[in-house]
Every structure is written in structure tokens, then in C-alpha cells.
Design a protein around this ligand. Structure first.
Ligand code: GDU
Length: 389
């Protein structure tokens, strides 16, 4: 016992990648703490007690990456199924494939456009944006034209972000491909799949090292708890993956986050919607999407006459809510710069992950960025004495 070589605050993918690399590659002792009663952050999943169906408690997590190093790294801890994500969206009582592809366009237009004809139609509809798009709305219209934007993006985005789409970054919509083929795969990455025995088994294997101790229900900001900020910063190197504004007590104002609410239901049918994720584009439907978990694992044995669905609702996060998505308005960006300055001055504390950097990182990006932090900052510090920060 005694002080660990490194304290990691947060047991999501970023924190556990750091912990695992430090323990395995450098032989360091690593203490990981998490405020929640379980490991894995928002990637946590568990079997529904009634049906045994794996439920992603914080919304569907689909693993995909084009980064070979990340893919090889994650394959140390789990095998992956050949799952490929596809999404459909309901708009005015009709189901369309998402992301927008030739099938979506032809169904929407009741047409049989060739790829070139579809492109010409969209270009015509997009012509009103003549300058470089600077926000989500302009970017979307420049990509797909106004009619498709109004049908599939505007309402959904209003429900998900409840922020004027002209205040949102263009990068949010650039996440979605637009294709002039009938390929309706959600992701365009080289590697994709779901962990064969679930997310929690994968995550537990990352933490399963004699040098790694994970302590749950432990809040870094609660001075009565072990490994709290006051006691550790300055004495133990820290990798902090919680919200960056929270670390500095909100001195530059709060950053805005979206949180999600979920309504989970077990239904007496073997198939509720015939697909893993159904989006709802209309604003009179208050949820953004419905997840039906059995469809993520068609290879598993599931009950023939029961299914688990989860309706997802989005709203602004308040102080006690789980932050999910950085909203990143111009005001947020200004505050973030101020927090980054403070973070730079924080000796022996590194900030990482979706919350610690206030960036919309997918799982593979969080893992990739943790591997880089390990290579560029942590390993040089512990092997060659280079200052950590
Ligand atoms: N969007 C729409 N309509 C849609 C889908 C998306 O307007 O039908 C817009 C929204 O503004 C949304 C943005 O496009 O915020 C990006 O869409 P994503 O699907 O990437 O948004 P999410 O972050 O909610 O997606 C999450 C994961 C994705 C993927 C997806 C699966 O972050 O990696 O797993 O769920 O359904």
C-alpha cells in the first residue's frame, strides 16, 4: 500500500486505457476512482434482469474505428462480432433509411434518380448556401439541401440539442455521411463490431491487472473521501477525466452539456421495431430515438416473446445530471479556452476524455487519445523524468 504512482479520476475508456498502459507497460501502481457505483463510464452495460438481454444503460454504444492501432489494442481485451450499424428514421408516418443515401432521397422524392440525378437535385436545393458554412444548419443545407434538412435533420436536431442549429458547430453534422449509393451503413470506418460478451466484460478485463485498483462510489471533490483533489493534487500525478469546468469549480462559468433521459420497457413481443435503432424526426414525438437491444446481438439466444426497448430523450444538463454531449456554443468555446489556460498551469494533472477536454469523442477516439497521451507525456515522464505537464 501507500500512495499510488498515478491517480486516474474516472473509469471510462480514456481513464482505463491510461491505467492499463501504465500498469502493463511501465509497471506502475494505478489507483482509479469513479464517482458512480460501476466501472466503464457511459459505455457500461448490463443484462436486463428479466430477459437477460444486454442493455447499454447510457444509450447504444457502437464500436467503430479506422485506426489500426486502436483496433489492435481493443482486440487484446475482447473479440468483436461482425455487427454493422444501420439506422432508420420515422418521418410523418413513414420509415426512411439513415444516414441520407440514394434510398432516402428516392423514397423522399418518390423518384428513381440515378446517383448523378440525385446529386444534381441536391445541388439545386443546396444552392442557397453560397459561402463556406459556419454552423450546423448551413453545413447541413450545403450537404443535402433544404427539403431533406427540414425533414430529417431540423426536428431531430431541435430535440437532441434544443439549441438554435445556427449556434451549433458544423462538425456535429459532418459526423453523418451523405451517400449517393444505396449503402446505408451508419459508419464508414474500416473496423466495426460489438464486444462478443458485452461492454462490461471488456471494460473489466482492461482493469484486471494486479497493479490497478478501482474504487467506486468515490468523488474526487469530496474531501471526506480517499484520493480527493485536495489531498492528491501536488503529491500524486493525476489523470483527470471528469468535466473540466467542474475541476476548476466553474470559475469561468459553466460549460453547457446535454444529458439524456431513458425510459426502459420490457415488452411481450419478440420484436418491437425490427431494427436496433429507430430515430424519430418529427418534433411532436418527444423522444429522439428508440433502441431495441436484442438486435445488436442477433447471434445470441434471446427470449422468443420478450424484448427490451429504451426510449431516449435529450435535454440541457443541470448540476446533478450526467453530462453526455458538449454543446459547444460560441460562449462555451470562449470559456473552454479560459479553462484550457488554467489546465496548462495545473502541475502534474493531465486532462483527458470527452468530459476532461469538452470534446465530442467517440469511444475509439477516447482510446486513441489516451494512447497518445501515454506515449507522448506519461511514458516519457516515468521512464526519463520528463516533467508531466
Ligand atoms: N442527426 C439528425 N437526424 C438523424 C440523425 C442525426 O438530425 O436522424 C443529426 C443530429 O444533429 C445529431 C448529429 O446529426 O446530433 C450527429 O448524429 P449522430 O448519430 O452521430 O449523433 P449521436 O451522437 O446521438 O449518435 C450516437 C453515437 C454515434 C452512433 C449513433 C447511433 O454518438 O456514434 O452510435 O448514436 O445511432
Amino acid at each position: 500500500t501507500g500512495a499510488p504512482d498515478l491517480l486516474v479520476v474516472g473509469s471510462g475508456f480514456f481513464g482505463l486505457t491510461i491505467a492499463e498502459r501504465c500498469a502493463t507497460e511501465l509497471g506502475l501502481t494505478v489507483q482509479v476512482i469513479d464517482r458512480r457505483p460501476h466501472i466503464g463510464g457511459n459505455a457500461y452495460s448490463e443484462a436486463d434482469p428479466e430477459t437477460g438481454i444486454e442493455v447499454h444503460r447510457y444509450g447504444a454504444h457502437l464500436f467503430h474505428t479506422s485506426n489500426r492501432r486502436v483496433w489492435e489494442y481493443v482486440n487484446r481485451f475482447t473479440d468483436f462480432t461482425p455487427y454493422q450499424h444501420r439506422v432508420y428514421t420515422t418521418f410523418r408516418g413513414e420509415v426512411f433509411p439513415m444516414p441520407i443515401n440514394l434510398g432516402t432521397i428516392n423514397q423522399f422524392q418518390r423518384a428513381a434518380y440515378s446517383p448523378d440525378e440525385a446529386r444534381a437535385w441536391v445541388t439545386e436545393q443546396a444552392a442557397q448556401i453560397t459561402h463556406a458554412p459556419t454552423n450546423l444548419e448551413e453545413k447541413a443545407i450545403s450537404l443535402i439541401g433544404r427539403p431533406l434538412y427540414e425533414a430529417f435533420i431540423q426536428g431531430y436536431t431541435a430535440k437532441q440539442w434544443q439549441t438554435d442549429p445556427r449556434e451549433l458547430g458544423a462538425d456535429i453534422i459532418s459526423r453523418l455521411p451523405v451517400r449517393y449509393t444505396y449503402d446505408n451503413r451508419y459508419f464508414s470506418d474500416t473496423y466495426e463490431g460489438l464486444p462478443v460478451d458485452g461492454y462490461t466484460a471488456w471494460i473489466e478485463r482492461m482493469a484486471d491487472h494486479p497493479n490497478i485498483t478501482v474504487t467506486l462510489d468515490t468523488d474526487f471533490f469530496d474531501e471526506t473521501q480517499p484520493f480527493n483533489k485536495l489531498a492528491c493534487v501536488g503529491t500524486t500525478p493525476v489523470v483527470y477525466t471528469g468535466p473540466v469546468d467542474r475541476y476548476f469549480d466553474g470559475v469561468h462559468g459553466d460549460l453547457s452539456w446535454r444529458t439524456l433521459d431513458f425510459e426502459t420497457e420490457v415488452l411481450p413481443t419478440g420484436d418491437f421495431q425490427g431494427t436496433p435503432v429507430m430515430n424519430y424526426a418529427d418534433t411532436d414525438v418527444t423522444h429522439t430515438r428508440v433502441h431495441e437491444f436484442r438486435h445488436f446481438h442477433p447471434e445470441r439466444d434471446h427470449p422468443a416473446d420478450q424484448t427490451v426497448i429504451m426510449r431516449e430523450f435529450s435535454r440541457a444538463a443541470e448540476a446533478d445530471d450526467e453530462p453526455y454531449y458538449p454543446v459547444n456554443t460560441p460562449q462555451d468555446r470562449e470559456r473552454l479556452l479560459a479553462y484550457r489556460e488554467l489546465a496548462k498551469g495545473e502541475t502534474d494533472v493531465l486532462f483527458g476524455g470527452r468530459l476532461g477536454t469538452y470534446q465530442y469523442l467517440d469511444m475509439h477516439m477516447a482510446i486513441g487519445s489516451a494512447l497518445s497521451m501515454f506515449d507522448n507525456l506519461i511514458a516519457p515522464h516515468f521512464t526519463d523524468g520528463v516533467p508531466l505537464t
